[in-house]
Design a protein around this ligand. Sequence first.
Ligand code: OOG
Ligand code: NI
Length: 464
Amino acid sequence: TPAHTFVPSDEIRARFSSAMSEMYRDEVPQYGTLIELVADINQRTLQAEPALLARMQRSGELARLGVERHGAIRVGTAAELSMLRRLFAIMGMEPVGYYDLSVAGVPVHSTAFRPVSDAALLANPFRVFTSLLRLDLIADEALRAQAAAILARRNIFTERALALIAQSEANGGLTDAEADEFVGEALETFRWHSESTVDGATYDALHKAHRLIADVVCFKGPHINHLTPRTLDIDAAQAAMPARGMDAKDVVEGPPRRACPILLRQTSFKALKETVRFAGDATGAGSHTARFGEIEQRGVALTRKGRALYDQLLAQVRDMGSAGSAAPDYGSRLAQVFEAFPDTHEQLRRQDLAFYRFTLSDEGAALAAGEAAAAAASDLDALIARGLAQAEPIVYEDFLPVSAAGIFQSNLGGEEQKQYAAHAAQQAFEADLGARVHDEIALYEQAQQRSIDQLRSALRTQAA
Ligand code: OOG
Ligand code: NI
């Protein structure tokens, strides 16, 4: 098949994201309510903030906002994880970042599959937070062996999905009809199954070790456990959730509300209790809690220096909390401590705390040849000060381990706090994945640098 008949990976990702959204709306109707709520709030926010509207129009972000989603899944074996990598690759999604959640009492480590190029992110930034269960963290040896044996028996992919993955890798792509078929087959892996593959006693034993272990091991596949739209005002969304019948978690994870949003803020509605039929049980009277809804607000990506400051301040907020009842409430502590984080884009940029995409302004583009030559050689701050260039915040496209742990915890029943000898195991994870994960901060560095190179080359062209 000649290459020009292949469907671009951006297009396959868009089809898949939309099909996934439709499936989840059918499975969890409250997700549909959440999407409507976020659409309302985004519309109102853009109306109230013309500068935000203009900036999002300029950057192209506005066009992606309505379809922007992330989902999350949890798998049990290296074979499952590495096949998922190949499946997501067909949609232009690559593993970015390593998240060790054992520190937070959750026996998994994770990456996020997402597009990485500027153009692909603008087209559709669909991301899937993917966690691998760490059986090595189950203390009970017999239970560990039992879980491994159950996982070894399952195949989470359809035969046809596997064939299409191999075919796409061999041919370099999928035709239109094959792409549609692939989307339908891939979707099967993420579908909810109300029939457990194990009996009630096995479920209970695994559940007792950790609820998450039961969630990963006892079902036919890695059901999508939430799908998250992006809001432009998470506080408004959080406040509006109860009126729409959603049981919102108590606090918004991440940084506090700011004039210049940084990184990622997230909240969720609590997981639903769903009816499950265990193997050998005719009554179908069991239940399982796993699937929920989440909303997020995204801000500017931070440099290593900015991220270090963020982590330090967040730790400070947590330490203040351990002062007991004398400590102010979480929201006040967060606001108070984060006063130390600069909150204008000018300061964030000049202090090298956040990443920006530099573009030529209309005045810059109108410079005569001689002036353009001088401008091409002058530094960025000078160009910005003279209004010849502008700095647009680069959106944070990734996740935050502390926030992710908070989202996991709120959906595992707050009372559950297991202790694990925490240790990051990125190399083991990458061996299981069959690839290295991208360093997310390096990706933002490259995006910023590309914009600077393009700006200078545009000025040089004008000068010539
Ligand atoms: C994943 C939780 C992490 C996020 O947005 O931080 C996550 C899970 O519960 O499987 O989705
Ligand atoms: Ni999430």
